[in-house]
Design a protein. Structure first.
Length: 307
């Protein structure tokens, strides 16, 4: 579930992007004029000096305001952390799972690593799925509803005449109820988290399985399963490996496989710890990780501005 902290931060970010568009347009419009003019050329040299002094003074004032704002944001996040308990799913998974957690401060990607017999299994996921997620109205579903309404009115002319006679308007209570439902859906919706599962057999074969999966709302499913004869291609740690990977046929889309084959692959992954428990753990941990990295970012910016 998307935390209220993340939801509340997403609103001002979206507003800032909307407000920035006309500002950028106005700046571009001004930049279309020549940077120099005969009036500016006639200004004495001391005018340029006084302007730079004014700019320095303004910059110092802005620095102080920025530092104060950063302090305020850090305090808010600290208060939220003090009053918010870590989800029990995180402790339960880490205490009972065979996976070892690898979480490097400052890095978006988190890894879970384990041994399963002679196999090395690595599950990777990123907080970018949360920071880039913007819940909102599904335009496609809206279009589908309009199409359904159109088909229905063709079959039922009386309904169509009723809609036309009322102007297609809804009552005020109905409008409020729909808005409340959409608001509740936005607040409760969570970001689907992409999982990259890699299975290697070091010392036995150079190949590797690479499985793209998705965890969402306590569910987990396979998107694609690829096989690479060279495990380095599955890791894509260098641009050269990325290019070579594009030239390799990895396999067909998972959804096109025989149903029984799909079920067996899912059981194969479940035996290796890729279960619903993992699907519950990952989104909860991503939320905690994103909060931690955000506070770290605030402190780094504050230290830089105040240096």
């Amino acid at each position: 579930m998307m935390s209220m902290r993340a939801f509340s931060r997403s609103a001002p970010r979206a507003f800032t992007r909307m407000a920035a568009a006309p500002l950028r347009q106005s700046v571009l419009a001004r930049s279309a004029f020549p940077k120099t003019s005969s009036i500016r050329a006639m200004r004495p040299a001391r005018a340029a000096f006084s302007t730079s002094v004014l700019r320095r003074a303004t910059a110092n004032e802005t620095d102080e305001e920025l530092l104060a704002k950063l302090d305020s944001e850090i305090q808010i996040e600290d208060d939220v952390k003090a009053n918010e308990q870590q989800p029990a799913s995180i402790k339960d998974f880490l205490d009972n799972s065979p996976f070892e957690l690898i979480d490097t401060p400052g890095q978006e990607v988190v890894k879970l690593v384990r041994q399963y017999g002679d196999e090395k299994i690595t599950v990777s996921f990123s907080i970018a799925d949360v920071t880039n997620y913007e819940p909102g109205y599904n335009e496609e579903s809206g279009l589908e509803e309009e199409e359904d309404l159109g088909d229905d009115t063709l079959q039922n002319p009386n309904k169509q005449s009723h809609v036309q006679s009322t102007g297609g308007a809804r009552s005020a209570p109905a409008e409020e109820e729909i808005e409340d439902e959409l608001d509740d859906a936005d607040e409760q919706s969570s970001a689907p988290i992409s999982l990259n599962v890699m299975i290697e057999k070091p010392g036995k074969t150079a190949g590797a399985l690479h499985i793209d999966m998705t965890a969402h709302e306590g569910n987990i499913w396979v998107d694609n399963l690829f096989f690479y004869e060279d495990a380095k291609l599955a890791k894509v740690e260098t641009p050269d490996a990325q290019q070579k990977r594009l030239d390799v046929y990895p396999g067909p889309p998972f959804g096109t496989l025989d149903d029984d084959l799909q079920v067996l692959i899912e059981r194969f992954l479940e035996e290796r710890g890729v279960t619903t428990a993992l699907a519950v753990f990952v989104p909860d941990y991503v939320d905690v990780k994103e909060q931690r990295e955000y506070v770290r970012w605030l402190n780094n910016v504050k230290a830089f501005v105040g240096a």
